[in-house]
Design a protein around this ligand. Structure first.
Ligand code: DON
Length: 306
């Protein structure tokens, strides 16, 4: 595995087309695009990395996998009263379906869906309490107490978050929200601004590759049934209107973030985190996707066959 990840990192270093760093969140535009890292956490708990695997980046929408997991823990099947579980076929920040579908987002991974999930997990708590809970959950999953929220990124998102504010107010207009919109948005912006490296992220995703149990800590995070279902949502919706392309090219459940990270799950085999800040036109990491495509070519991990 070390040879495979070293080889992938070497190939990525020689690519000239690296995509474009997200600029609509100004703080993300400051990130050097010439960075790449990959960490593969195997189901036996061993982790193999290449590139700048200790460098922290903004996990952005990848956090939606973990807030969904928390929401399922708190609400169980009632989560599906708040969001659907169908691919949207629209960009991550699209508002168009919301009007036709009475303010119920298609899935928990588009921005509207993740904002609705943030509302669902607050349950009357103070913003600080819910953020502490999300952060604690990330530290527990990654087995690393050092994980924090990047306040600069959160502030940057807040200052430029008109689109997300529109989505939230529009959903609230249907009477779907339990908490004030500003508290829901603050929670959402902050969980998107969690900073992690690929080692931490691959470790945090291991429970999804290992039937709900993190093999490093031995803790059961969710039932095997729930892990399977979260994976299915990642496969169908994790890359927005690029989910079909990602399934075609990589063949794994995956969740991208505009910080350039992708978490991919090879069920029963591995949890993989890749990071490269340059994005494709849809907003998914360009080299991250290419690296995962190479990885599934070099392994027999595609869920669609060998
Ligand atoms: O709300 C936003 O736009 C960002 N905090 C998250 C979007 C994102 O990561 C989309 N992913 N590819």
């Amino acid at each position: 595995m070390q040879k495979i990840v070293d080889d992938i990192a070497a190939q990525m270093a020689s690519r000239t087309e690296k995509g474009t760093v997200a600029s609509y969140i100004p703080q993300l535009a400051c990130v050097n695009p010439d960075q790449f890292s990959i960490s593969v956490a195997l189901a036996d708990g061993s982790v193999f990395s290449a590139g700048c695997a200790q460098t922290l980046f903004s996990i952005q929408s990848i956090s939606k996998v973990f807030t969904l997991t928390l929401a399922l823990g708190k609400l169980g099947e009632r989560v599906w009263n708040r969001v659907g579980r169908e691919p949207s076929g629209d960009p991550f920040n699209s508002i168009v379906q919301l009007e036709h579908e009475q303010g119920k987002p298609r899935n928990p991974f588009v921005n509207a869906g993740a904002i609705a999930i943030a509302d669902a997990i607050i349950q009357g708590h103070q913003p600080k309490e819910i953020l502490a809970e999300i952060l604690q959950f990330m530290r527990f999953l990654a087995n690393d107490e050092s994980i924090v929220i990047d306040e600069k990124v959160a502030r940057s998102e807040e200052l430029t978050g008109e689109r997300n504010a529109s989505l939230a107010h529009f959903m609230a207009s249907f009477g779907h929200f339990e908490n004030p919109v500003d508290i829901v948005l603050g929670t959402y912006f902050h969980h998107c601004s969690i900073a992690m490296n690929t080692v931490q992220l691959a470790t945090a995703g291991l429970f999804l590759a290992n039937s709900g149990v993190n093999p490093i800590t031995g803790y059961r995070v969710v039932s095997s049934d729930r892990a399977k279902r979260i994976n299915s949502l990642m496969l169908m919706c994790g890359h927005y209107d690029g989910s079909g392309e990602f399934a075609y090219r990589v063949g794994l459940p995956g969740k991208s973030g505009v910080g350039g990270g992708i978490l991919a799950i090879a069920p029963c085999n591995a949890s993989i985190a890749v990071w490269s800040p340059g994005l494709d036109t849809i907003g998914n990491s360009k080299l991250g996707t290419e690296a995962l495509e190479l990885l599934t070519q070099k392994t027999d991990w595609s869920v669609f066959g060998k």
